[in-house]
Ligand binder design. Structure first.
Ligand code: SF4
Length: 241
């Protein structure tokens, strides 16, 4: 059974078209800007049988159209890859389109098998520089980059996602390094710049957690346009999400 944090019906943000989004509990990263800090702990979440998710997917199927489907997000969903394999087998057997939104920090045989039943990966790259990655997430990006390489090898449809935090992940030097690193990955269809926002800050107060980016301003339109201009040199398509 999957440990589910929450569901979003008719979501339009996490993958193509209209989607049922399932947020799983637990993540080993501790991103300074995490908008859902309550999904980080591996404790909690509701043990949810596949059948319940299948029932929701069938109910919403009329809204999915020709490109929508189911996205599994988190937290970090790949920690539950073994259980996701059984869910995705059922979803694919009924013709649903499947998508995983992941930070790529788990890479094992279950993840490799899961990719066989996954149509699209939304891969969150937190930073291309390992030291900055550690500053932002508390972990290095080694496993994420290995997972990205696997996606390239199996030619899996991938969208990169990149949160642009002023002073942390918007350095021109590293945006160019990010682009150079991935520019020959033909499986990457686009890069989504995700503007930094502070919408989740109140959750930190509620959880009695310190919000370490206090005082960091949201991006200006100029900063977003500048980052887009740099990244467009390397990726087929760059959008600001
Ligand atoms: S990877 Fe996602 S869920 Fe995990 S801490 Fe970072 S933003 Fe939060």
């Amino acid at each position: 059974m999957l440990k589910v944090h929450s569901f979003e019906s008719l979501g339009t943000y996490d993958g193509p078209g209209i989607r049922l989004v399932v947020f799983l509990q637990g993540c080993a990263f501790k991103c300074l800007y995490c908008a859902n800090p309550d999904t980080i702990t591996f404790k909690g979440g509701n043990a949810t049988p596949n059948e319940e998710i299948m029932r929701m997917a069938r109910n919403q199927k009329p809204f999915f159209g020709t490109i929508g489907g189911i996205t599994i997000s988190g937290g970090e969903p790949l920690w539950q890859a073994k259980d996701l394999v059984s869910l995705f087998k059922e979803l694919k057997a009924e013709g649903f389109r499947t998508c995983i939104d992941t930070n790529g920090n788990v890479f094992n045989d279950d993840v490799i098998e899961l990719m066989e039943y996954t149509d699209l990966v939304l891969l969150d790259i937190k930073h291309i520089n390992k030291d900055w990655h550690k500053t932002i997430t508390g972990s290095e990006n080694t496993t994420t980059l290995k997972f990205a390489n696997h996606l390239r090898e199996i030619n899996k449809r991938t969208w990169l996602r990149y949160v642009l935090v002023p002073g942390y992940s918007d350095q021109e030097e590293y945006l160019n390094e990010l682009g150079n690193y991935f520019k020959d990955y033909q499986n990457i269809e686009k890069l989504e710049i995700q503007p930094y926002h502070t919408l989740g800050v109140h959750k930190y107060q509620h959880l009695d957690m310190e919000y370490k980016l206090e005082g960091v301003p949201e991006n200006t339109l100029d900063q977003l346009a500048r980052a887009k201009g740099i990244l467009e040199k390397y990726f087929k398509q760059v959008i600001i999400n």
